[in-house]
Design a protein around this ligand. Structure first.
Ligand SMILES: *[C@@H]1O[C@H](CO)[C@@H](O)[C@H](O)[C@H]1NC(C)=O
Ligand SMILES: *[C@@H]1O[C@H](CO)[C@@H](O)[C@H](O)[C@H]1NC(C)=O
Length: 372
């Protein structure tokens, strides 16, 4: 019995000391069979370790460190050629050299969120031909060049929220035919240009924010024409989404951004007021309005008619005995005719008067209609 226990103890000791994850892990990091997790440290570059057998790790987590620059061959020369997941979020990365990701053909998920990227070199993602998820949210990107994303032909999920993009260049998404999810909220798109999104044949989800001016830089809340203009663009975008069966979140405000809270609240309350009239308007189709008006008029006429008949019958019944019923019925019919035409006018006036007041003018709508 004792021999068996000793054997077990020796086996445990042996497997523990010779566990590849343990022996080749860095003191600052945590290692599992696939992940080298060096998050929450003070690294300014990827750790070099002679004992690291790179094949062990297909995931590297460098989030919450102090990396500022990714130089050429930053990963391959340190032995991370087989990475499939790379987390570089919450660093201070402001520049990525054009060949930083060289040799990372196996990469599937690249997380660069919460850094300080202003621009991306056009060659930078070229090696990442198998990339499926790219997270670039909460940087300071002012533009994304078509050449930068076009090598990513297998990309399924692209997150660009909370950057400083104002427009997407035509042709940017030309090669992203398998992209399913695109998030752009937190960027103030100046316009909605459907031709940019048209190459995304597999798009299932789109988040978009539209506004005339980047209002987070302004002290004043958005003006009424700005809001109206945004709502009109939003309508165009939502119509496009509906037609393409894309699930869309199109907004005119930052919906969840704490730092713009006051602006956001002002904007939201304005928008709520506007969008109520907007939805009211979209619900009422002019032909349906006319049908309602006719139905109400007919209803009123029938009601009046019944009332008159009841009164007439009562009147007749009471006068049967006295014998002079004929002239009373005629005079009642005259009153009845007068009443109905007045009621009809009233119904028409009130209904169409309201419609005029809530009607917003969308130049884009007219434009679209003339195109059809
Ligand atoms: C990396 O580490 C951070 C912090 O511990 C964690 O939140 C994040 O989910 C990790 N990333 C991956 C890809 O596992
Ligand atoms: C899309 O990919 C093709 C190669 O398949 C390439 O020739 C073309 O330049 C790419 N498009 C863009 C906009 O880069």
């Amino acid at each position: 019995m004792l021999a068996v226990w000793r054997l077990v103890a020796v086996t445990i000791f042996f497997t523990q000391t010779h566990h590849p994850g343990r022996s080749s892990c860095l003191p600052e990091c945590q290692c599992s069979s696939e992940m080298l997790d060096c998050s929450h440290n003070d690294f300014t570059n990827m750790p070099y370790n002679k004992h690291l057998t790179s094949n062990l790790y297909t995931a590297l987590n460098m989030s919450f460190n102090r990396i500022q620059i990714l130089e050429d061959n930053a990963f391959i020369k340190r032995g991370y050629a087989d990475l499939e997941t790379l987390d570089l979020s919450y660093n201070d990365i402001s520049a990525i050299s054009p060949y930083a990701f060289k040799g990372l053909e196996a990469m599937k998920e690249l997380i660069l969120e919460h850094n300080k990227l202003l621009v991306l070199q056009q060659e930078v993602f070229e090696p990442l031909i198998n990339l499926r998820d790219l997270y670039l949210q909460s940087n300071k990107l002012i533009t994304v060049l078509p050449q930068t994303v076009s090598p990513l032909k297998k990309l399924i999920n692209l997150d660009l929220r909370y950057n400083q993009l104002t427009r997407i260049a035509e042709g940017t998404f030309t090669n992203l035919s398998v992209l399913e999810k695109l998030r752009l909220i937190g960027n103030v798109m100046k316009t909605f240009a459907p031709e940019i999104f048209n190459p995304l044949k597999n798009l299932q989800y789109l988040e978009l924010q539209l506004f005339e001016t980047p209002h987070e830089q302004e002290v004043l809340p958005p003006s009424k024409p700005e809001v109206t203009s945004c709502l009109c663009k939003r309508k165009t975008a939502l119509d496009w989404c509906h037609e393409r069966r894309v699930n869309c979140l199109v907004t005119c405000c930052h919906p969840q951004e704490g730092q713009y809270d006051t602006d956001s609240n002002v904007c939201l309350s304005l928008l709520n007021a506007f969008s109520e009239t907007e939805t009211a308007k979209s619900r009422t189709d002019p032909r349906r309005d006319l049908l309602w008006a006719v139905a109400i008029t007919v209803g009123v006429i029938i009601l009046l008619f019944i009332t008159i008949i009841i009164f007439a019958l009562l009147f007749l019944k009471s006068k049967v005995h006295s014998g002079n019923e004929n002239c009373s019925v005629v005079s009642n019919f005259e009153t009845f005719a007068h009443h109905t035409s007045a009621a009809e006018d009233e119904v028409n006036n009130s209904d169409f008067g309201n419609e005029k007041e809530i009607n917003m003018h969308c130049p884009q709508d007219r434009h679209l209609e003339s195109e059809k």
